[in-house]
Design a protein around this ligand. Structure first.
Ligand code: MG
Length: 249
């Protein structure tokens, strides 16, 4: 297995998939409110993807039953939308993948419902900035470990744990391509980054420890210590001038 280099035309197709993901996530973030059931978010995601002519990447992936992952509070990733009712003060991670013309886009963000605690606010800010620290290192000539190390150093410098058992990934025609992109690592190590590589960077950060546990539904990943967790993700392409974020409106 090796890292697949995309042509300009393939990256243009990924831009369309990325735009669909970003648009739907923006709509979902705007609709989030206390009293809503998480399955209502999934229904909105399905409707909006269809309207845009995009297919959901996650539905049916290894049997995942929904279009969208919704992970609340101590849930880190892969939460299954259902009957859970969202409450004021919750933090909600929304992760969405879409396919347009055979190419994938994948992005996530964590949003607070109403007024959230200062601790939760700082976690969200830190995770968003950790993603940015990774994006800043995603340029031709850098190494994969530079991205991993930048994310880890940023999150840990603010006193948080980065989740280790789940990683970012290459992306293209497949949602998960080479390489795996851990959110921790050593600068100057790993594969050399080249123009045309397309990567999904996705720090998952917790207020407490990085250890996780799996829910009885075999999908939802939670922090082992019950601490709050946040998740931000973008799909990027390595260009001659750094990273282009593909999951933007
Ligand atoms: Mg991903």
């Amino acid at each position: 297995m090796s890292i697949i280099i995309k042509s300009d035309r393939e990256i243009a197709a990924m831009r369309e998939a990325g735009r669909a993901v970003a648009l739907v996530l923006r709509i979902l973030a705007g609709e989030l409110k206390a009293g809503m059931k998480t399955r209502e978010l999934d229904a909105i995601a399905a409707r909006e993807l269809e309207r845009l002519g995009a297919k959901p990447s996650f539905k049916g992936y290894r049997g995942f039953p929904a279009n969208l992952c919704v992970s609340v509070n101590d849930e880190i990733v892969h939460g299954i939308p259902g009957e859970r009712v969202l409450a004021e003060g919750d933090i909600v991670s929304l992760d969405l993948g879409a396919i347009v013309d055979g190419f994938q886009g994948d992005a996530a963000l964590t949003v607070g419902i109403g007024e959230i605690s200062p601790e939760a606010e700082r976690l969200l800010e830190t995770t968003r900035a950790a993603l940015q620290a990774g994006v800043d290192m995603a340029y031709a000539g850098a190494r994969l470990g530079d991205i991993s190390a930048a994310i880890q150093q940023y999150a840990e410098s603010r006193g948080y744990g980065v989740i280790r058992e789940y990683t970012g990934h290459g992306i293209g025609r497949e949602m998960h391509e080479e390489p795996q992109i851990p959110n921790f690592g050593q600068p100057g190590t790993g594969p050399l980054l080249k123009r045309g590589m397309t990567l999904a960077l996705e720090p998952m950060v917790s207020i407490g420890d990085w250890r996780t546990r799996l829910d009885g539904n075999r999908w939802t990943v939670l922090t082992a210590d019950g601490s709050l967790s946040a998740h931000f993700e973008d799909t990027v392409a390595i260009t001659d001038d750094g990273a282009e974020i593909l999951t933007v409106v």
